[in-house]
Design a protein around this ligand. Structure first.
Ligand code: GLU
Length: 291
């Protein structure tokens, strides 16, 4: 039997904070418990926000916490070709379409709709769903706009993708870190509407790169924060239409800030580097996290 494969997949667009420490340490504990491997993946597709300094900070903070990982580390920015191949497949199967609407046009369409009294549907993060107008553009009009240099993103045709499914999608969610029990969760990708699959300036998206990499790296266990629980639905759909294997999932609790909100990379006081500078040790960090 092959060993289970876990991964910790931070983005180097800020400093790691306590929430990342919880995620990395939970991955390590679960991998050890399952006699599995732990991979580190650097999710740096956003070349404008990710920096080599933040990436170096990730290695420094994880080593300080006493974590080790396998080399070589996969850096997504070195594998755009893999995501491009997946995008080409979705294009060939007509499951994505070029979406030209600007933010302002989207807003205007929603305002107009809501003026009629009906609420426009929102995704689980509260963002309005993309209006499907561009889906109905004629091929000749798409070609004309692209040739004229109009900005666009490739969006998933959620309806077409759902129609392709032979049966409803599920994923296996562990109920606890000890992996003693699991639930079958019904995926609801329709909640997200026509999500962005790739952009012009970033020729992939978080969702596409994650499912492609999890498959290429043989990841069997995805352990990450509850903030990504609902994203699993859309990732499950992409796995299905791309014919990729399906890992099992554990979405762990989030570390909340003093205001009860999820920590963000801009909260410097819970940054691991700041805590280290203030004299904290890996042990005090663990105890702050209740580990
Ligand atoms: N790179 C993502 C983040 O920093 C995590 C992706 C994942 O674990 O699926 O939030």
């Amino acid at each position: 039997m092959t060993a289970p494969v876990f991964r910790f997949a931070p983005s180097p667009n800020g400093e790691l904070h306590l929430g990342h420490a919880l995620s990395a340490l939970t991955n390590r504990r679960m991998a050890d418990r399952a006699s599995g491997r732990l991979l580190l993946r650097i999710e740096d597709i956003d070349l404008t926000r990710c920096t080599p300094e933040f990436e170096a900070g990730i290695y420094r903070d994880l080593a300080w916490l006493g974590l080790a990982w396998e080399e070589p580390v996969r850096r997504q920015s070195e594998h755009f070709g893999d995501y491009e191949a997946a995008l080409q497949r979705l294009r060939r199967e007509e499951l994505v379409y070029p979406a030209f609407m600007s933010r302002g046009e989207i807003r205007a369409a929603i305002v107009e709709h809501e003026a009629g009294g009906a609420k426009w549907p929102r995704d689980p993060d509260g963002a309005p769903l993309y209006p499907g107008t561009d889906k109905r553009l004629a091929e000749s009009e798409r070609k004309r706009r692209i040739a004229a240099g109009a900005p666009f993103a490739w969006r998933l045709d959620a309806e077409a993708a759902a129609a392709r499914l032979e049966s409803p999608l599920h994923w296996r969610e562990w109920t606890d870190e000890a992996m003693t029990a699991s639930d079958e969760i019904a995926a609801e990708p329709g909640q997200w509407g026509d999500v962005v699959i790739a952009r012009r300036e970033i020729p992939t998206s978080y969702h596409l790169a994650v499912v492609v990499d999890d498959a290429l790296q043989g990841v069997s266990h995805v352990v990450r924060g509850r903030d990504l629980y609902f994203a699993t639905s859309i990732q499950r759909l992409l796995q299905q239409i791309l014919g990729l294997p399906v890992p099992s999932y554990f979405h762990h609790r989030l570390v909340l800030g003093p205001d009860g909100r999820k920590l963000s990379k801009s909260l410097r006081d819970t940054g691991l580097a700041a805590l280290r500078a203030a004299g904290e040790t890996p042990d005090t960090v663990r105890s702050r996290l209740g580990l």
